[in-house]
Design a protein. Structure first.
Lengths: 115, 116
């Protein structure tokens, strides 16, 4: 168990809808990262937060947004969903005190299916 | 830029065979290097890491050595088991200033299947 909790595990929704994915990082981890995993694109970095502030942005669509709350949990919002958004969405966290050598600890992901 | 290239899969081996999964990287300076493993239906788990040139990371019989001269971090195991069947990802974190909390750059993953 990595200590990173993601909910829900599975999500099935229709095109055009909006969903929210939730992530609780490991206790004490200030950094949260979101990745999208699909068969054709592999693992794509979406966005990173550190202690409530956005730190880095990757290949995140404008239809997607995220935030990190004061209790450090994070939410990824996906709107105007398209079939191509179907993927596994992973959240990861890391301990800033370990510096650049700190690994990412991943949750088990949310599998999103857009029909 | 930063990138990771790992050998295309799938890799299929018999139990007790020797495993090598090649990984090379492009990065400035001295990145930290990682191998992750993903079992079916699960998230990625850290397998091993190395943080400077010539470091050897090891865990559960797997090893990888940080080779700066060849910009490589190949994963090896002397005798694989059926339970090693999974997808393996090579990753780096750049060493450039300001990346203390930076993201990891991942390779595309290599599917390993071990038959009894």
């Amino acid at each position: 168990d990595s200590g990173v909790t993601q909910t829900p595990k599975h999500l099935i929704t229709a095109t055009g809808q909006r969903v929210t994915l939730r992530c609780s990082p490991r206790s004490g981890d200030l950094s949260v990262y979101w990745y999208q995993q699909s068969l054709d694109q592999g693992l794509q970095f979406l966005i990173q937060y550190y202690n409530g502030e956005e730190r880095a942005k990757g290949n995140i669509l404008e239809r997607f947004s995220a935030q990190q709350f004061p209790d450090l949990h994070s939410e990824l919002n996906l709107s105007s969903l398209e079939l191509g958004d179907s993927a596994l969405y992973f959240c990861a966290s890391s301990d800033a005190r370990e510096g650049r050598n700190s690994p990412l600890h991943f949750g088990n992901g949310t599998r999103l299916t857009v029909t | 830029g930063n990138s990771v290239t790992q050998m295309e899969g799938p890799v299929t081996l018999s139990e007790e065979a020797f495993l090598t999964i090649n990984c090379t990287y492009t990065a400035t300076g001295y990145p930290s290097l990682f191998w992750y493993v993903q079992y079916p239906g699960e998230g990625l788990q850290l397998l091993l890491k190395a943080t400077k040139a010539d470091d050897k990371g090891s865990n559960k019989g797997f090893e990888a050595t940080y080779r700066k001269e060849t910009t490589s971090f190949h994963l090896e195991k002397g005798s694989v088991q059926v339970s090693d069947s999974a997808v393996y990802f090579c990753a780096l974190r750049p060493s450039n200033r300001g990346s203390t909390l930076g993201r990891l750059y991942f390779g595309r993953g290599t599917q390993l299947t071990v038959w009894p």
